[in-house]
Design a protein around this ligand. Structure first.
Ligand SMILES: [Zn+2]
Length: 254
């Protein structure tokens, strides 16, 4: 299984428009972060988690030729705003399967009403096949059973996903014990770490590291990073030896 980090930044991306912050002005490519998303592939299967405003650019940079489905974590714009750009895949492969909580689907129907229109559709409008994600109900994606993990982003429920020995969690602030149980025995855990300062709806760096200690994956990667966390190179030096700061276009094999 391959995981390609399409984006590892928080909602504004790095650099932030107009910012003079040193991390935003860094020339290190590892300090350039598009909005958070991964591309996961195994055998002939290829899925993307989230479809933010940088989706088009991410598909071009990674040279992704095929997407069998998009799994959504939640409805916030940094995770969904690129949905119109699935059209090239529609023209090549037909309607795009999407997987999300019912609440997220309702939100997408409101914000992208033309995509879900059943009568008088604009020719060439994006098309999707809706699949609802439910708690404690694995999804069958190709030959893989994928376990949704329900976490809390402040007051908002968000899904993470476990694919075999790999799990991807973003926008987590709290997680109940019952869901932590689903993260046993992982080779790789990806989890969000926004910055050093606490935040009402995201793990900060300390909380992410404590969570990794609790879950005990063989390796962990941090994502959904703000420029306020600091320079990639400096932060990486301070992390435990099995924890890595993810960066855009990093590809790992599990
Ligand atoms: Zn987010």
């Amino acid at each position: 299984m391959k995981v390609y980090f399409l984006g590892t930044g928080t909602s504004q991306g790095i650099p932030v428009i107009g910012s003079t912050h040193p991390v935003c002005q860094s020339t290190d490519l590892k300090d350039k972060r598009l909005r958070v998303s991964i591309w996961i592939s195994w055998d002939d299967y290829s899925y993307v988690i989230d479809c933010g405003p940088d989706f088009r650019q991410q598909m071009l940079i990674s040279n992704c030729q095929k997407v069998d489905g998009i799994l959504f974590t939640h409805e916030h714009a940094d995770h969904t705003a690129g949905l119109d750009d699935i059209r090239p895949f529609n023209f090549k492969m037909g309607a795009m399967p999407i997987y999300a909580h019912e609440r997220v689907i309702d939100n997408l129907k409101y914000r992208f009403n033309y995509i879900f229109e059943t009568e008088n559709r604009y020719p060439g409008a994006p098309s999707v096949v809706v699949n609802e994600v439910l708690d404690n109900t694995p999804l069958q994606l190709g030959n893989m059973k994928v376990q949704p993990i329900s976490v809390m982003h402040g007051d908002l429920q968000v899904y993470g996903y476990r694919f075999g020995k790999f799990a991807y969690l973003t926008d987590v602030k709290t997680i109940v014990q019952e869901e932590i149980e689903k993260l046993k025995d992982l080779d790789v855990l990806v989890v969000n770490a926004l910055r050093e300062e606490p935040h009402h709806s995201h793990f900060n760096l300390d909380e992410a590291l404590q969570f990794i200690e609790l879950v005990k994956p063989k390796k962990a990667y941090l994502t959904h990073v703000s420029h306020m966390l600091g320079f990639h190179e400096e932060i990486q030096k301070r992390l435990p030896k099995n924890v890595f700061l993810a960066y855009d276009n990093l590809e790992i094999t599990i």
